[in-house]
Design a protein around this ligand. Sequence first.
Ligand code: XMP
Length: 323
Amino acid sequence: AWTPDNIIEMRVAQLKEQIGDEQVLLGLSGGVDSSVVAALLHKAIGEQLTCVFVDNGLLRLHEGDQVMQIFAENMGVKVIRVDAEERFLTALAGVSDPEAKRKIIGKTFIDVFADTARELSGEGKGIQFLAQGTIYPDVIESAKSHQGKAHVIKSHHNVGGLPDDLQFKLIEPLRDLFKDEVRKLGVTLGLPEKMIYRHPFPGPGLGVRILGEVKKEYADILRQADAIFMQELEKSGWYDKTAQAFAVFQPVKSVGVVGDGRRYAWVIALRAVETIDFMTARFAHLPYDLIETVSNRIMNEIKEVSRVTYDISSKPPATIEWE
Ligand code: XMP
């Protein structure tokens, strides 16, 4: 019978057999799939697993710390955190085209990951295997030929296209599982439900939620606004009633009034959608009171924001992300 316990037991036995006493490298993003792979591998091979978590400076508020807390501190998984914010922001400077930004973020990720893998080999680790959180829908998607956004190949979590000097044998223990099955494994493996039932977050992260050129100043403002939105969604019970919700940074300035003075500051858009398959989506009909609370908090708590808007576009023709 398909039970999470059975599947875990079988996979752990298979992984032990396949890996023996070799070393395994895993790119940990903090998303559901790579997190479940990390937990599964940790159970199977413990210290032989090394995870690399790349902080690209485009993550949500405290996201990097949370990943370290869950995996390194609580579970005792070996995680190397690479602070690559500057490298990403430098690579993105002056670039405003969405697809160009995606390519740069994907390439920089590979470069950073490859550098870290080389350093580890230099330390004499002799890593043989690369583990990836590929799940069944990814296998299907990459089999089709696709145009457009890079998420179809999941370029961020899955480290395809590594340079020739880094050739690993691949381990993909979730390759035949659907998302809901992966989630069940995650819960059984003891990962926090909050992480397992989180809204999807795109590989390029805040890089495609800051319209146009990405700057640290913008990312810092957006992180705060997004965190306020998430807090209020969770508090009101609406987080679980929406499939995806986030804030978007608009690089335009608008006038506001604070006390006796004028404030000329940035605009934040809120986006929340209901969808099953992410191919079509309806904007979430959030209660006005909730939107009002979020909007007031953002304008009061973030002095660099003078105006908040709510995105009422459905997909199609609008996409879920703004870029
Ligand atoms: P759109 O904006 O195309 O988004 O309606 C559909 C779903 O895909 C996610 N998305 C991405 N995920 N890399 C990813 O890993 C990307 O470049 C990317 N672009 C969009 C989006 O968040 C939504 O869940």
